[in-house]
Design a protein around this ligand. Structure first.
Ligand code: NAP
Length: 528
């Protein structure tokens, strides 16, 4: 592998198949029959796995002598044999002697790895009488499905696993909070022996994706979404193509979107594709966060470089920032937090930039792009539906551009508060249909009305839309909402929420990387 460092970006010289770390992707194979298991091995190879875990405990029936030999012979990848008993979360409920004999046979027949649970390891060692085939590496594993213990306890656990004769240490714990993963990273990065350290559940995703950064021996990647051997496993496809797993290194910078829920976010796809195409050494993750201050205090190293913030954390994130840009401060919410080289957290709001520039572009289209230096919003009556984070951003942004503001909101008091802040008029949602002090107004929906799956909902009647020259909808699933469809039918220019999303992402990308955003690439990704 060769890299040329140009302007801080690593330019990749080789093409597909590029790899910057030794961490393996292991596909857990779980099927009822040996023949199905063979099919899965071939699939694992074609998907890009490095090794397969053959879960013998999932086979309904097999002949120890012939089938293990067959599985090893036909497998196009290195093997790991696991025969997990029920008492450690597996499916095997037979006696230990028979289980040990099967694992011993796998070792003798050429398995590359076998997995034995810590609780059974000493007994297994006695059973082997020191006759361990040299080629086979023994993974001694421990699974805690309830929690992630304190770091001292994890250190002691690793020491006991080593003392039980492990060639490779494996432990998996449960993530009750995303900050649990930090303790596991602390252990993994200091381990003197090869280590597999996983934190289960959606809150533990970071442990599975970032293991090349923290020196993990392998991570588990499933063949298909949902067909997991432990909670929270991503697919091989996601590891390789969404998170650029092969490119991660110890000095890879970590970015991500903080939210709850967050798994639906398309941002990782957008940023990771862009990072890869320009050779930027960063990875962008889904971060399921419950407690924002705890997250920022725990992940305080410079490697955790920048974050997008989404519902419901935009206000809490602002409170964690050492500095906040003036617009975000006025709005009271941030959607982007950067860690500066001095370690300070700086918050800003790029939602407002994204939305306002998309609306300005729409208006300029109506004016054939000729408005001189002034904003096409100047002097217009700008009606915002909603008084939450996006509503505030739009109201402040439009006000800054010289528009006159009216706010309509389900909770009238919140409309009143925001209208008072920006010097505008407050309306209830019910008043919106008859609100027409003038023609040629601009309408911006910033509520979730009309969002998938409630795609038949709309905040304003079609008749009322005739009073607007431009209608914007922050909702971007679906891309064309009922509101936008009816606005177009009523003759208004429409601006979809995806334009706001792309606009705010340009801004964030530039703040994250210090480089201009690949705008055409972002548009292409979002179109797909
Ligand atoms: P938020 O702070 O929770 O505010 C939600 C707003 O929507 C509030 O004004 C709320 O009214 C109103 N609302 C919610 N459900 C409603 C309903 N069923 N009927 C009437 N009003 C309702 O959320 P936010 O961050 O502003 O986000 C709002 C929307 O904008 C979401 O759909 C989000 O996906 C979208 N958004 C899009 C982008 C983009 O890039 N396109 C960026 C940010 C946000 P009350 O005050 O009465 O509760």
């Amino acid at each position: 592998m060769e890299f040329a460092v140009e302007s801080g970006l690593k330019t990749m010289k080789s093409g597909e198949g590029m790899r910057r770390n030794q961490t393996l992707i292991c596909a857990p194979l779980m099927s009822d029959t040996v023949d199905q298991m063979v099919d899965l091995m071939l699939k694992a190879k074609s998907k890009g796995a490095d090794i397969v875990e053959i879960r013998l405990d999932h086979l309904k029936i097999f002949n120890r002598h012939t089938d293990i030999e067959k599985l090893i012979k036909v497998c196009p990848l290195p093997t790991l044999f696991t025969y997990r008993p029920i008492w450690e979360g597996g499916q095997y409920d037979g006696d230990e002697k028979s289980r040990f004999e099967t694992l011993q046979l796998a070792m003798e027949l050429g398995a590359d790895h076998i997995d034995i649970e810590l609780k059974a390891a000493h007994e297994f060692n006695d059973f082997l009488h020191g006759n361990k085939p040299g080629k086979c590496k023994v993974i001694v594993s421990s699974h805690n499905y309830d929690s992630t213990p304190p770091v001292e306890d994890l250190g002691n656990l690793v020491a006991s696993i080593q003392a039980a004769g492990a060639d490779i240490v494996k432990f998996a714990t449960a993530a009750l909070d995303i900050t649990d993963v930090a303790r596991v990273f602390q252990i993994a990065v200091h381990s003197q022996v090869p280590i597999i350290a996983m934190v289960m559940g959606e809150r533990g995703l970071m442990s599975r994706v970032l293991c090349p950064k923290y020196g993990g021996y392998l991570t588990f990647g499933t063949l298909e979404e949902g067909k997991v051997s432990a909670p929270g496993q991503p697919t091989i496809e996601e590891l390789v193509n969404l998170y650029n797993f092969r490119l991660l290194e110890p000095d890879t910078k970590v970015f991500g979107v903080l939210g709850n829920p967050v798994s639906h976010s398309k941002s990782p796809k957008l940023y990771n594709e862009a990072f890869k195409s320009v050779g930027f050494n960063g990875v962008y993750l889904h971060l399921l966060v419950d407690d924002v201050p705890k997250f920022f205090t725990t992940y305080s190293s410079m490697d955790f470089s920048g974050f997008s913030v989404t519902i419901p954390h935009k206000e809490a994130a602002l409170a964690c920032c050492d500095e906040v840009d003036p617009v975000a401060k006025s709005i009271g919410v941030v959607n982007c937090v950067i860690r500066r080289p001095d370690g300070k957290l700086v918050g800003c709001n790029t939602d407002y930039v994204g939305a306002i520039s998309a609306i300005e572009d729409g208006l300029l289209g109506l004016h054939n792009g000729s408005m001189g230096n002034s904003s096409p919003l100047a002097g217009k009556l700008f009606v915002v539906i909603g008084a939450g984070g996006a509503g505030k951003a739009l109201a402040y942004g439009a006000k800054e551009k010289g528009a006159r503001i009216a706010i309509a909101n389900r909770t009238y008091d919140r409309a009143r508060d925001l209208a008072d802040l920006v010097g505008g008029q407050a309306l209830s949602l019910a008043e919106l249909d008859s609100f027409c002090p003038e023609k040629g107004m601009i309408l911006a929906n910033t509520t979730s009305i009309g969002m998938h799956p409630k795609v038949n909902e709309t905040p304003v009647s079609k008749e009322a839309l005739a009073n607007y020259m431009l209608v914007f909808d922050a909702v971007y699933t679906p891309k064309i909402t009922r509101l936008l469809r009816e606005a177009a039918e009523s003759g208004a220019k429409i601006v979809p929420g995806v334009d706001m999303f792309i606009g705010q992402a340009y801004e964030q990308y530039e703040r994250f990387t210090g480089f201009p955003a690949p705008k055409d690439q972002f548009k292409k990704i979002m179109e797909n």
